[in-house]
Design a protein around this ligand. Structure first.
Ligand SMILES: [Zn+2]
Ligand SMILES: [Zn+2]
Length: 185
């Protein structure tokens, strides 16, 4: 179900409103606008929104956050350069802590990069950077349109997945010609 947000003021979809998270375990499905993630230009682009399924476990001012991210990628097959669409899956995990710490406790906990300390009065957290990192981590180096992609003919650039090109026929012809020459001599 997609709901249109009113134009003008809108809360970025990467923001988590802490007081809306119930005590105990709860789940939420969010559509993240990929434009909000500033992924930059790479060999692969995400198309459509990123679907994020959150699982929260709240205990007073401590929020355990697990996120499953799903999106669609487009890019070019590294052999034949045809467009390819692929599923992207990623995940994130962190602990949000909204309370005062003693100096010692604070030190212990900030050593863990999956823990984020929040001011006691914090109402929201922007997960943009975390989502962005999670996606970048899963972006493939290269994709293939299919496992046995035959690629392009190095001579004429013809896509060999759609059959042989004239170059292959020329080579065969020259072999026949050589045979003919042999017989004639
Ligand atoms: Zn290919
Ligand atoms: Zn060719």
């Amino acid at each position: 179900m997609t709901r249109r947000r009113p134009a003008g003021i809108k809360t970025p979809s990467t923001i988590l409103l802490l007081d809306q998270i119930e005590e105990g375990i709860s789940r939420r499905q969010v559509e993240v606008d990929i434009a909000e993630l500033d992924l930059g230009e790479g060999d692969f682009r995400l198309v459509g929104p990123l679907q994020v399924g959150y699982r929260f476990n709240r205990s007073a001012q401590t929020f355990q956050v697990l996120g499953q991210l799903r999106g669609r990628l487009t890019g070019e097959c590294c052999r034949c350069l045809e467009p390819v669409e692929q599923e992207l899956e990623a995940s994130l995990q962190l602990l949000l802590q909204r309370q005062q710490f003693s100096g010692e406790e604070r030190e212990a906990v900030t050593a863990d990069e999956d823990v984020e300390l929040l001011d006691p009065g914090a109402k929201q957290v922007d997960l943009k950077e975390r989502l962005r990192e999670a996606v970048l981590l899963e972006l493939p180096v290269r994709v293939y349109c299919r496992e046995d992609c035959k690629g392009l003919c190095p001579q004429c650039g013809h896509n060999l997945n759609s059959g042989p090109c004239a170059c292959a026929a020329d080579q065969a012809d020259s072999r026949w010609a050589a045979l003919r020459d042999l017989k004639l001599s």
